[in-house]
Design a protein around this ligand. Sequence first.
Ligand SMILES: *Cc1c(COP(=O)(O)O)cnc(C)c1O
Length: 352
Amino acid sequence: MSRFLAPQFQKLEAYTPGEQPQDMQYIKLNTNESPYPPAPSVVAAMTAGEVELLRLYSDPTAKNLKEKLAGLYGVTPENVFVSNGSDEVLNFAFMAFGSKGVVFPEISYGFYAVYADLYALEAEKIPLKPDFSIAYRDYCGKNKMVVIANPNAPTGMRIPVSEIEEILKTNPDSLVLIDEAYVDFGGESCLPLIGKYDNLLVTRTFSKSRCLAGGRLGYAFASSAIIADLEKIKYSTNPYNINRMTLLLGEKTVEAEEYYQEKCAEIIQTRAWTARQLEELGFTVLPSQTNFLFAKTDKMDGGELYNALKQQGILVRHFSDPKIAQYNRITIGTPEQMARFVEIVHQILAAM
Ligand SMILES: *Cc1c(COP(=O)(O)O)cnc(C)c1O
C-alpha cells in the first residue's frame, strides 16, 4: 500500500476472482464460463476491418445493441442498460441506490459485500435456510436496497418469482436488484415485472450462457427512470464503457439466439448427467438451475478434493467460508470434460 491511498480504502478487501491459470492446460470448471465457443456468426464478425475501426471511439449510447436486446426481450430501449460485464451494473447500482443500506444473502456472489464496503454502505447479510434456500420473508419490508442472485450462486438454487414479487411489494421505496446471471439455465425471470414495479432492477450477463466472458458485456432491465440514473453514473465515470468489438459481438450474439438456446439445453442435459454420477459416488448435490453444481462428499473435505482434482489437471472452485467449505462448485463443461471429471473423482475417492 502506498501512503497516498485514501483512508476509506485502506482496509478494503477486494474481490477474489476464480483462478485464470496461464501455466498449464486445465479442464477449467471453476469460473462458470461456457465450454462452447460463441456462435459462428459471432466469430466471423471479428474482421480485420473491424479492428481497423478501433481508431474510432465506440458508441456511448450503445444504440444498436440496446435496440436488439429490447427487441429480443419485448421491452423498449429506454428500459435497457448495457455495461462492461454485469459487474459494472452492480457497481453502479450499489453506488447509486445503496445509501439507505443494503441487504443480501450471507452465502451469495462475493462481489456484493465488496461493493458495499467500497461505498461504505451499511450491509446486512441474511443467512440462508439450512437447506440453502433463501427465506424471502427475511427480505420483506427492509426499506433498504435488496440484492438477490436468482438463481443464487454458489448454491445454484432458485427462488420463485412470486416470492420476489412479495419482496418488491414490501420495499416500495427501495431498489430491489435481481441478479439473473444464470437465469438461462432453468431459472424463472422477473423481467415481466419491470412494468409493474418501478423499484425493480434485473441484471444479466453475456459471460455465462452467451459464451462471451472475455468480451465483458452485461445488461440490465428496469423502469426508464432507473435506467436514466444508471446512465448518469456511467457518463460520470466512463462513457465509452463498452469497446467497439464487444458492442458488435453483442449485437451478433443477440441475433444468434437459437444457437445459444441449443447450447443452454445441452448444458442442462450434461448437468443432469453429472449430478446423477456424483450422487452415485455418494455426493450430496444441491438442485441446480445454473451451469454449475454445488456438491459435497462425506468422504473428503472440500478443500482436499479441490487440491486432488487440481493435481489431476481439473480446476473447480472451493470457498473457504466454513459454512460451505465442505462443498465445491463445479462448472458444467462439455460431456467429454464431465466424463473425465467423474472418472478422476472416482479415482481420487477409490485411492483413499
Ligand atoms: C458471473 C457473475 C456475475 C458477473 O458477470 P460478468 O458479467 O462477467 O461481470 C454477476 N453475478 C453473478 C451471480 C455471477 O455469477
